[in-house]
Design a protein around this ligand. Structure first.
Ligand code: PGA
Length: 263
Protein backbone atom coordinates (compact mmCIF):
# COMPACT_ATOMS: atom_id res chain seq x y z
CA UNK A 1 0.00 0.00 0.00
CA UNK A 2 1.45 3.34 -0.99
CA UNK A 3 1.33 5.87 1.85
CA UNK A 4 -0.06 8.65 -0.36
CA UNK A 5 -3.30 6.74 -0.96
CA UNK A 6 -5.62 6.78 2.06
CA UNK A 7 -6.91 3.24 2.57
CA UNK A 8 -10.63 2.72 2.09
CA UNK A 9 -12.57 0.03 3.94
CA UNK A 10 -15.98 -0.15 2.27
CA UNK A 11 -18.83 -2.17 3.78
CA UNK A 12 -21.17 -3.50 1.11
CA UNK A 13 -24.28 -4.53 3.03
CA UNK A 14 -25.94 -5.92 -0.12
CA UNK A 15 -29.65 -6.68 0.55
CA UNK A 16 -29.33 -6.81 4.35
CA UNK A 17 -30.55 -4.58 7.25
CA UNK A 18 -33.73 -2.54 6.87
CA UNK A 19 -33.81 1.15 7.80
CA UNK A 20 -34.48 0.50 11.50
CA UNK A 21 -31.76 -2.13 11.72
CA UNK A 22 -29.40 0.20 9.87
CA UNK A 23 -29.79 2.88 12.57
CA UNK A 24 -28.98 0.44 15.37
CA UNK A 25 -26.07 -0.96 13.37
CA UNK A 26 -24.45 2.39 12.56
CA UNK A 27 -24.82 3.55 16.18
CA UNK A 28 -23.09 0.40 17.34
CA UNK A 29 -20.42 0.82 14.67
CA UNK A 30 -19.73 4.41 15.75
CA UNK A 31 -19.41 3.37 19.42
CA UNK A 32 -17.09 0.50 18.53
CA UNK A 33 -14.88 2.76 16.39
CA UNK A 34 -14.65 5.27 19.22
CA UNK A 35 -13.99 2.57 21.79
CA UNK A 36 -11.17 1.14 19.69
CA UNK A 37 -9.69 4.63 19.14
CA UNK A 38 -10.14 4.47 15.40
CA UNK A 39 -8.44 7.33 13.49
CA UNK A 40 -10.32 8.44 10.41
CA UNK A 41 -7.24 10.29 9.13
CA UNK A 42 -5.54 6.91 8.88
CA UNK A 43 -8.29 4.85 7.25
CA UNK A 44 -11.53 5.85 5.55
CA UNK A 45 -14.55 3.75 6.52
CA UNK A 46 -17.69 3.88 4.37
CA UNK A 47 -20.92 1.90 4.47
CA UNK A 48 -23.11 1.01 1.50
CA UNK A 49 -26.63 0.32 2.79
CA UNK A 50 -29.67 -0.52 0.65
CA UNK A 51 -31.39 2.51 -0.93
CA UNK A 52 -34.23 2.46 1.63
CA UNK A 53 -31.74 2.96 4.51
CA UNK A 54 -29.81 5.88 3.05
CA UNK A 55 -31.87 8.70 4.54
CA UNK A 56 -31.80 7.17 8.03
CA UNK A 57 -28.06 6.56 7.93
CA UNK A 58 -27.38 10.02 6.48
CA UNK A 59 -29.35 11.68 9.29
CA UNK A 60 -27.47 9.72 11.94
CA UNK A 61 -24.03 10.41 10.45
CA UNK A 62 -24.74 14.13 10.06
CA UNK A 63 -26.40 14.60 13.46
CA UNK A 64 -23.55 13.03 15.40
CA UNK A 65 -20.74 13.84 12.96
CA UNK A 66 -19.76 10.17 12.83
CA UNK A 67 -16.43 9.11 11.26
CA UNK A 68 -18.27 6.97 8.71
CA UNK A 69 -18.86 7.76 5.04
CA UNK A 70 -21.94 6.88 3.03
CA UNK A 71 -22.37 5.31 -0.38
CA UNK A 72 -25.02 3.57 -2.46
CA UNK A 73 -24.89 0.13 -4.05
CA UNK A 74 -26.01 1.15 -7.54
CA UNK A 75 -27.46 4.01 -9.60
CA UNK A 76 -29.31 4.52 -12.85
CA UNK A 77 -27.42 5.66 -15.92
CA UNK A 78 -30.31 8.13 -16.42
CA UNK A 79 -31.04 11.33 -14.49
CA UNK A 80 -34.86 11.31 -14.44
CA UNK A 81 -37.96 10.08 -16.20
CA UNK A 82 -39.69 6.84 -17.07
CA UNK A 83 -37.37 4.29 -15.43
CA UNK A 84 -39.52 2.49 -12.89
CA UNK A 85 -37.59 1.26 -9.89
CA UNK A 86 -34.37 3.04 -10.73
CA UNK A 87 -32.57 5.66 -8.61
CA UNK A 88 -30.59 8.48 -10.25
CA UNK A 89 -27.25 9.83 -9.05
CA UNK A 90 -28.76 13.23 -8.28
CA UNK A 91 -30.98 11.68 -5.57
CA UNK A 92 -27.96 9.94 -4.02
CA UNK A 93 -25.98 13.16 -4.01
CA UNK A 94 -28.90 14.87 -2.25
CA UNK A 95 -28.57 12.26 0.53
CA UNK A 96 -24.87 13.13 0.98
CA UNK A 97 -23.62 9.92 -0.60
CA UNK A 98 -19.97 10.33 -1.55
CA UNK A 99 -19.58 7.01 -3.34
CA UNK A 100 -21.60 4.58 -5.42
CA UNK A 101 -20.74 0.97 -6.23
CA UNK A 102 -21.03 0.29 -9.95
CA UNK A 103 -20.83 -2.98 -11.83
CA UNK A 104 -20.81 -5.35 -8.85
CA UNK A 105 -20.70 -8.91 -10.16
CA UNK A 106 -24.09 -9.62 -8.56
CA UNK A 107 -25.63 -6.83 -10.64
CA UNK A 108 -23.76 -7.94 -13.75
CA UNK A 109 -25.21 -11.44 -13.21
CA UNK A 110 -28.71 -10.68 -11.82
CA UNK A 111 -29.47 -7.70 -14.08
CA UNK A 112 -27.41 -8.57 -17.16
CA UNK A 113 -25.31 -5.43 -16.83
CA UNK A 114 -22.66 -5.46 -19.53
CA UNK A 115 -19.54 -3.30 -19.80
CA UNK A 116 -21.26 -0.51 -21.75
CA UNK A 117 -24.08 -0.35 -19.20
CA UNK A 118 -21.54 -0.22 -16.37
CA UNK A 119 -19.61 2.53 -18.18
CA UNK A 120 -22.84 4.57 -18.61
CA UNK A 121 -23.48 4.27 -14.86
CA UNK A 122 -19.93 5.39 -14.06
CA UNK A 123 -20.43 8.41 -16.34
CA UNK A 124 -23.71 9.19 -14.54
CA UNK A 125 -22.02 8.94 -11.13
CA UNK A 126 -19.27 11.36 -12.18
CA UNK A 127 -21.87 13.73 -13.66
CA UNK A 128 -23.37 14.08 -10.17
CA UNK A 129 -20.13 14.38 -8.22
CA UNK A 130 -20.25 10.84 -6.84
CA UNK A 131 -17.08 8.74 -6.72
CA UNK A 132 -17.81 5.46 -8.49
CA UNK A 133 -16.35 2.26 -7.09
CA UNK A 134 -15.93 0.33 -10.30
CA UNK A 135 -16.13 -3.41 -9.62
CA UNK A 136 -14.34 -5.85 -11.89
CA UNK A 137 -13.51 -9.52 -11.57
CA UNK A 138 -13.36 -12.88 -13.26
CA UNK A 139 -15.47 -15.99 -12.69
CA UNK A 140 -13.81 -19.34 -12.03
CA UNK A 141 -14.49 -20.30 -15.68
CA UNK A 142 -12.79 -17.07 -16.84
CA UNK A 143 -9.89 -17.83 -14.55
CA UNK A 144 -9.41 -21.24 -16.10
CA UNK A 145 -9.81 -19.97 -19.62
CA UNK A 146 -8.02 -16.61 -19.65
CA UNK A 147 -6.01 -16.44 -16.42
CA UNK A 148 -6.72 -13.92 -13.67
CA UNK A 149 -6.09 -10.50 -15.19
CA UNK A 150 -7.63 -10.45 -18.65
CA UNK A 151 -11.33 -10.10 -17.76
CA UNK A 152 -10.87 -7.53 -14.97
CA UNK A 153 -8.49 -5.50 -17.14
CA UNK A 154 -10.92 -5.57 -20.10
CA UNK A 155 -13.83 -4.59 -17.83
CA UNK A 156 -11.87 -1.64 -16.46
CA UNK A 157 -10.59 -0.55 -19.88
CA UNK A 158 -14.20 -0.42 -21.13
CA UNK A 159 -14.99 2.12 -18.39
CA UNK A 160 -11.77 4.13 -18.73
CA UNK A 161 -12.44 4.66 -22.43
CA UNK A 162 -15.70 6.47 -21.58
CA UNK A 163 -14.63 8.83 -18.79
CA UNK A 164 -12.53 11.99 -18.98
CA UNK A 165 -8.94 12.11 -17.76
CA UNK A 166 -8.79 13.46 -14.23
CA UNK A 167 -12.02 11.76 -13.11
CA UNK A 168 -11.90 10.50 -9.53
CA UNK A 169 -12.88 6.86 -9.17
CA UNK A 170 -11.99 3.77 -7.13
CA UNK A 171 -11.49 0.29 -8.57
CA UNK A 172 -12.52 -2.86 -6.70
CA UNK A 173 -11.03 -6.13 -7.87
CA UNK A 174 -13.44 -8.83 -6.78
CA UNK A 175 -12.88 -12.31 -8.19
CA UNK A 176 -16.40 -13.71 -8.51
CA UNK A 177 -15.24 -17.09 -7.17
CA UNK A 178 -14.03 -15.43 -3.97
CA UNK A 179 -17.22 -13.50 -3.17
CA UNK A 180 -19.19 -15.00 -0.31
CA UNK A 181 -17.30 -18.28 -0.66
CA UNK A 182 -15.03 -18.01 2.36
CA UNK A 183 -12.21 -18.64 -0.11
CA UNK A 184 -10.39 -15.32 -0.58
CA UNK A 185 -7.74 -14.86 -3.24
CA UNK A 186 -4.23 -15.05 -1.86
CA UNK A 187 -2.49 -11.71 -1.34
CA UNK A 188 -0.16 -12.64 -4.23
CA UNK A 189 -3.05 -13.35 -6.59
CA UNK A 190 -4.84 -10.13 -5.60
CA UNK A 191 -1.67 -8.03 -5.87
CA UNK A 192 -0.94 -9.32 -9.39
CA UNK A 193 -4.37 -8.33 -10.68
CA UNK A 194 -4.47 -5.02 -8.78
CA UNK A 195 -1.09 -4.17 -10.28
CA UNK A 196 -2.36 -4.99 -13.78
CA UNK A 197 -5.41 -2.78 -13.12
CA UNK A 198 -3.16 0.10 -12.02
CA UNK A 199 -1.11 -0.28 -15.18
CA UNK A 200 -4.35 -0.17 -17.19
CA UNK A 201 -5.19 3.15 -15.52
CA UNK A 202 -1.68 4.36 -16.38
CA UNK A 203 -2.13 3.41 -20.04
CA UNK A 204 -5.49 5.15 -20.38
CA UNK A 205 -5.31 8.07 -17.94
CA UNK A 206 -1.59 8.61 -17.24
CA UNK A 207 0.77 8.45 -14.27
CA UNK A 208 -1.01 10.80 -11.91
CA UNK A 209 -4.28 8.89 -12.14
CA UNK A 210 -2.48 5.54 -11.82
CA UNK A 211 -0.57 6.66 -8.74
CA UNK A 212 -3.48 8.33 -6.96
CA UNK A 213 -6.37 5.96 -7.71
CA UNK A 214 -7.25 3.50 -4.97
CA UNK A 215 -7.55 -0.12 -6.00
CA UNK A 216 -9.40 -2.32 -3.49
CA UNK A 217 -9.56 -6.06 -3.13
CA UNK A 218 -12.91 -7.75 -2.36
CA UNK A 219 -14.00 -11.33 -1.83
CA UNK A 220 -14.19 -13.06 1.59
CA UNK A 221 -12.16 -10.35 3.35
CA UNK A 222 -12.04 -10.85 7.12
CA UNK A 223 -10.10 -9.46 10.07
CA UNK A 224 -7.82 -12.47 9.86
CA UNK A 225 -6.76 -11.94 6.21
CA UNK A 226 -6.93 -8.13 5.71
CA UNK A 227 -3.34 -7.62 6.86
CA UNK A 228 -1.92 -9.80 4.09
CA UNK A 229 -3.70 -7.74 1.44
CA UNK A 230 -2.86 -4.36 2.94
CA UNK A 231 0.86 -5.13 2.98
CA UNK A 232 0.88 -5.21 -0.81
CA UNK A 233 1.95 -2.19 -2.86
CA UNK A 234 -1.07 -2.05 -5.13
CA UNK A 235 -3.91 -2.85 -2.72
CA UNK A 236 -5.38 0.23 -1.04
CA UNK A 237 -8.29 -1.19 0.90
CA UNK A 238 -11.14 -3.64 0.74
CA UNK A 239 -14.73 -3.98 -0.37
CA UNK A 240 -16.20 -6.12 2.39
CA UNK A 241 -19.51 -7.97 2.10
CA UNK A 242 -20.44 -10.56 4.75
CA UNK A 243 -17.90 -9.37 7.33
CA UNK A 244 -19.21 -5.80 7.12
CA UNK A 245 -22.47 -6.97 8.78
CA UNK A 246 -20.67 -7.87 12.00
CA UNK A 247 -19.69 -4.70 13.85
CA UNK A 248 -16.72 -6.13 15.74
CA UNK A 249 -15.37 -7.88 12.67
CA UNK A 250 -15.78 -4.79 10.48
CA UNK A 251 -14.07 -2.58 13.06
CA UNK A 252 -11.22 -5.09 13.35
CA UNK A 253 -10.81 -4.92 9.55
CA UNK A 254 -10.81 -1.10 9.64
CA UNK A 255 -8.16 -1.16 12.37
CA UNK A 256 -5.73 -3.21 10.31
CA UNK A 257 -2.83 -0.73 10.79
CA UNK A 258 -2.92 -1.57 14.53
CA UNK A 259 -2.49 -5.26 14.09
CA UNK A 260 -0.05 -5.34 11.20
CA UNK A 261 3.28 -3.84 10.62
CA UNK A 262 3.20 -2.34 7.14
CA UNK A 263 6.92 -2.04 6.61
P1 PGA B 1 -17.89 -10.96 0.61
O1 PGA B 1 -18.51 -9.98 -0.51
O2 PGA B 1 -16.97 -10.13 1.46
O3 PGA B 1 -19.09 -11.45 1.38
O4 PGA B 1 -17.17 -12.05 -0.11
C1 PGA B 1 -17.74 -8.99 -1.12
C2 PGA B 1 -18.55 -8.22 -2.13
O5 PGA B 1 -19.36 -8.85 -2.85
O6 PGA B 1 -18.43 -7.01 -2.25
Amino acid sequence: MATTRRPLIAGNWKMNLDHLQSIAFVQKLAWALKDKKFHEQEVEVTVFPPFTDLRSVQTLINADNLPVGLGAQDLSPHDEGAHTGDIPGVFLKALDCSYVVVGHSERRADHHEDDSHVAAKVVAALRHGLIPIVCVGETSEDLERYGASKIPVDQLAAVLAEIPQGSEFVVAYEPVWAIGSGQAATPDQAEDVCKALRETIREHHGDEAADSTRVLYGGSVKSTNIAGFMKRDNIDGALVGGASLDVDEFVAIARFPHHVSLD
